[in-house]
Design a protein. Structure first.
Length: 475
């Protein structure tokens, strides 16, 4: 039996133990403005058996079809967030992570099974498949981290056969440089197998040297994090990542690009025709490093850290001109108490913030309404582009006949104040609490099932699916 058959058999057993609890409805969304990455237009959307079967004016519904009045509202494709961290030491699992995502208009999330030395990559996928079938409401994709390329590279073809053809490499850890040749080999083998490589681009040697300099003068608190992880570290690592992509001929995806210096290197690679793709995340678009001057500096700790206003301006320009393909949350869930732990330092801290629920509302409010990007570009970077890059399009990421009925009914005029008590993440708070935001999802539909409406999660744990994805290319 081949690897794909073994994996499918395992998933079938899980389905028997954890049967899906909800059934998709036949739905007619009437009178809304459909928004795709290419255009906005008035149309009805008819859904049958979880799939879009018709888009047009004045569509008729058979008896028993649920009618949703979207007059004066936008109809967006469900978001696809390819950068989410769940489980482990974090307080969000597939269940609470799904709830936060669906309340924010995201119907497909992700996770990163961490491969330690000796790990069997296909075993990691099977383990996560079991958890997804128990917990998830949103649909899910997986990216397996590679930390021991000398032994894990030979497993990449089997990994691709599971339907999860993406890996992640960290350049910021001290194990990268001693194994750089093996990591390059892994990137090359991955490309040959139809796998996309995600890369965390921060240079470990610069990070180590800078930390030592700050420690020597007693500047070790997280208030100095921006100094400890300078844009130079991102720029240097990005140059090496581009060189790895060019040498191997393999596609590469730079996660959470934070600085103008790093962005320019990645943009130049694209200008030169390399298959090099760029993601940024919300914290760099909405916050700057001045937050580290506050008593709550720990709340804003991430890797890379918050940058300057000039960096933020460059990232918005990259979204506007299309050289940044994706805005992913890099959602990491810690409690507020953990984030404010005073024992944290520039080298030992809890990096990351929860963003799943606020990604699209903030991008609409700060981006679309302020004229920085169009609503079509918002759809592109939060749905269409990640669906294309990660082998899900056109099933996901768009509104088209034959696509999954992942739809978000969006009120472009609804203005609300962000409140901790409205957050579905198990963290129980938002770093944007108190902000006034315009543009909110009212209803989220995942594969034809209403999973969020009127502020309530309606979908059941276990109704989400681990999605089988296309390879980067067709062999």
């Amino acid at each position: 039996m081949n690897t794909r058959s073994i994996f499918n058999s395992a998933c079938s057993l899980v389905l028997l133990v954890f049967p899906l609890q909800n059934i998709a409805q036949d739905i007619l969304v009437q009178g809304g403005t459909v928004v795709t990455s290419e255009a906005s237009y008035a149309a009805d959307v008819l859904v049958e058996d979880g799939v879009i079967i018709a888009i047009g004016q004045d569509l008729d519904a058979a008896q028993g079809v649920r009618l949703i009045d979207a007059s004066g509202l936008l109809v967006l494709p469900g978001g696809v967030d390819p950068h989410v961290h769940l489980g482990g030491n974090w307080v969000d699992d597939y269940h609470t992570g799904s709830m936060a995502a669906l309340a924010g208009g995201i119907t497909t999330i992700s996770n990163f099974p961490f491969a330690t030395p000796g790990s069997v990559l296909t075993d990691l996928i099977e383990r996560e498949a079991n958890l997804i079938q128990q917990q998830a409401i949103a649909d899910v994709i997986l990216h397996t981290t590679i930390t021991d390329p000398a032994t894990q590279t030979e497993q990449l073809e089997a990994l691709a056969a599971t339907g999860q053809p993406s890996i992640k490499i960290f350049m910021n850890f001290d194990f990268f440089d001693p194994n750089a040749a093996d990591f390059l080999q892994a990137v090359e083998v991955a490309g040959d197998a139809g796998i996309l490589t995600l890369i965390h681009a921060e240079d470990a040697s610069i990070l180590s040297h800078q930390a030592g300099e700050l420690e020597a003068v007693g500047q070790t608190s997280v208030q100095y994090l921006a100094d400890a992880r300078p844009p130079l570290a991102e720029e240097t690592a990005m140059k090496r990542a581009v060189a790895m992509a060019e040498q191997s001929g393999s596609p590469m995806y730079a996660v959470h690009v934070s600085s103008e210096r790093g962005l320019k290197v990645a943009q130049a690679a694209r200008d030169n025709g390399l298959p090099f793709f760029i993601e940024t995340r919300p914290i760099y678009l909405h916050l700057t490093s001045e937050r580290f001057d506050s008593p709550e500096a720990g709340v804003y700790v991430g890797q890379p850290p918050l940058r300057e206003q000039s960096d933020q301006d460059a990232l918005w320009e990259g979204l506007a001109n299309g050289t940044i393909q994706v805005v992913g949350t890099d959602h990491v869930a810690y409690s507020r108490e953990d984030k404010l732990d005073p024992s944290q330092t520039i080298t030992n801290h809890r990096a990351g913030m929860n963003h799943l629920q606020m990604l699209r509302p903030l991008l609409y409010s700060d981006g679309v309404l302020k004229g920085r990007i169009t609503v079509e570009q918002m759809v592109a970077v939060t749905a269409t582009n990640p669906a294309k890059l990660f082998g899900l399009f056109p099933r996901k990421g768009t509104i088209a006949v034959g696509s999954d009925a992942d739809l978000v009914i969006w009120d472009p005029d609804e203005t609300r104040t962000v409140r901790d008590e409205d957050m579905f993440s198990a963290t129980g708070f938002s770093i944007y609490s108190g902000w006034e935001v315009t543009g909110w999802p009212l209803t989220t539909i995942r594969r034809g099932e209403l999973v969020f409406e009127n502020g309530e999660i309606l979908g059941a744990a276990g109704s989400g699916q681990l999605l089988e994805r296309d390879l980067w290319f067709t062999p």
